[in-house]
Design a protein around this ligand. Structure first.
Ligand SMILES: *Cc1c(COP(=O)(O)O)cnc(C)c1O
Length: 488
């Protein structure tokens, strides 16, 4: 089901002969539109482009731009994704001509400012992680995971060790096993431990000289800090394995706890989440990795080095590098936003933001739990996972029904059905950028929804351009064309 606004294409608006804007022919021959195109590439056949006037084009795209929800238009408590507000000042700074007009093929001497920013970014991320060696190359968290696992693989190979196993808890993000499999490891998933934590006895059963890496998100996907993380790290190190910290949840612990201090050997950041790159629908991302000194030689390169004597910044490929994982310097546009964000907040500011993120999550959890119980944990970190299981049993109302109905009230839905360890999971991450008024309005809306007629909820949303598509069909059978024969 869809409305007119969502279905009308520029082609539908096209009227033969209509024109947006007319320009006089250039009187400067070398700048005429065809002057620099070799004759064999020119064609006389007119292109089948829509013929529309300027207001139609502007209204078309402006309307399209408002059909979806965004952080700039709606509250967006999408658990695990850290959809915090992206400060506009950093957008402007990342767009200053001295940065955007650079070309990565310029000589290093003419890129000193950009390289300095990258170097300082490496330093800051190393400090926050407690893991000093950083590569900014990976373009997303998932790619950071893969790159770090390839680093681990190169390290073990270099030591003459053949280790085949990567272990992770069953609350792990799907990218963890995917990255491990792609890096050539066997994946071992632990069962559900008590209160959502890692069961040390179960972990112990899998630890031996074949264990390469234990991947763990901390705070975990239930929004809980693993109380035995020190012991877990020690167990891994005792068998010669490495600990990988999935840093997607760093928003809870910035300036408070460092992965390197609680035993992590490698981690990735999601700069687009924790350090505000505008993101959604799969991009754009930036997933730098930080590792211990003994892994630095294997990092993907180039990394930026600083020569104290000459004061010059240079690109350097680590001696045993696993190679490049991204063209040029990584996803610079997002790294710049992250850099300005870090510089704006400073150390104290980072700590304060994490404290507010945790406070907001606990406030929301306490206000919501009488209608949506939170099975694990009295206290949470930056997010919590509620369950709609009782509503499903008593009223037939699912987590999906509530998520979809929230859209009608102008809220982006929380993450649902993840992590799998909580039935009818509703995973809420409020972030520190939301006011008490917004959080209260969210709670009131959920209360209102739960009191509504279940029939109304099963068919929600009712006010969005597209109502409730078949999720599985939409993912497996996408129809991506503009022809009017397409129908959802
Ligand atoms: C988002 C996320 C990832 C993957 O990061 P991308 O940048 O989306 O590739 C991995 N782990 C967790 C826990 C996440 O929330």
């Amino acid at each position: 089901m869809r409305n007119e606004q969502a279905t009308q294409l520029l082609f539908d608006l096209s009227v033969p002969g209509r024109c947006g804007a007319e320009y006089p022919e250039s009187d400067c021959p070398e700048f005429s539109s065809t002057a620099c195109i070799p004759a064999e590439f020119l064609s006389d056949t007119p292109l089948p482009l829509p013929e529309v006037n300027e207001p139609d084009v502007i209204r078309h795209f402006t309307n399209l731009s408002t059909l979806n929800m965004s952080v700039d238009t709606h509250y967006y408590p999408l658990g695990s994704c850290t959809m915090k507000y992206n400060p506009k000042r950093h957008e402007r700074l990342a767009a200053v001509p001295g940065l955007v007009d650079l070309h990565p093929w310029q000589a290093e001497e003419s890129l000193q400012g950009m390289l300095q920013i990258q170097y300082e970014m490496q330093q800051m991320l190393g400090e926050i992680a407690g893991l000093p060696a950083v590569s900014l190359q990976p373009a997303a968290g998932a790619q950071g995971e893969l790159a770090a696992l390839l680093v681990a693989s190169a390290y073990f190979q270099d030591k003459g060790e053949h280790r085949s196993k990567v272990i992770f808890p069953n609350s792990a993000h799907g990218t963890n096993p995917a990255s491990a499999a792609l890096a050539g490891f066997d994946c071992i998933q632990l069962g559900a431990g008590k209160n959502g934590f890692v069961d040390l006895d179960e972990l112990k059963e899998h630890l031996d000289d074949q264990t390469a890496v234990f991947m763990i998100t901390n705070p975990n996907t239930l929004g809980l800090f693993e109380p035995e993380i020190d012991e877990i790290s020690k167990m891994l190190h005792d068998v010669g394995g490495l600990v990988y910290i999935d840093g997607a949840n760093m928003n809870a612990i910035l300036g408070i706890a460092r992965p390197g201090d609680f035993g992590g050997d490698m981690m990735h950041y999601n700069v687009h989440k924790t350090f505000t790159g505008p993101h959604g629908a799969g991009g754009p991302g930036s997933g730098p990795i930080a590792v211990r000194d003994f892994l630095a030689d294997y990092l993907p390169g180039p990394v930026v080095a600083h020569d104290e004597e000459s004061g010059q910044y240079k690109l350097q490929t680590p001696p045993k590098s696993i190679g490049r994982v991204r063209s040029f310097f990584g996803n610079v546009g997002i790294l710049l936003r992250g850099y300005f964000y870090l510089r704006t907040l400073g150390g104290d500011g980072l700590k304060e933001l994490s404290e507010h993120a945790v406070l907001n999550a606990n406030y929301l959890k306490e206000k919501l739990k009488h209608v949506l119980p939170v099975p694990n944990g009295e206290r949470c970190m930056h997010e919590f996972v509620a369950s709609a299981q009782h509503l499903q049993k008593e009223l037939g109302v699912s987590a999906m029904d509530i998520a979809k109905r929230l859209l009608d009230y102008g809220f982006h839905a929380p993450t649902v059905y993840f992590p799998l360890v909580v039935p009818e999971a509703i995973m809420v991450e409020p972030t520190e950028t939301e006011s008490k008024a917004t959080l209260d309005a969210f709670v009131e809306t959920i209360e209102k929804i739960i009191a509504e007629d279940p029939e109304l909820l099963h068919t929600a949303p009712h006010s969005t351009p597209v109502s409730r598509p078949d999720d599985v069909k939409a993912a497996r059978n996408p129809i991506l064309c503009w022809s009017p024969v397409c129908d959802v």
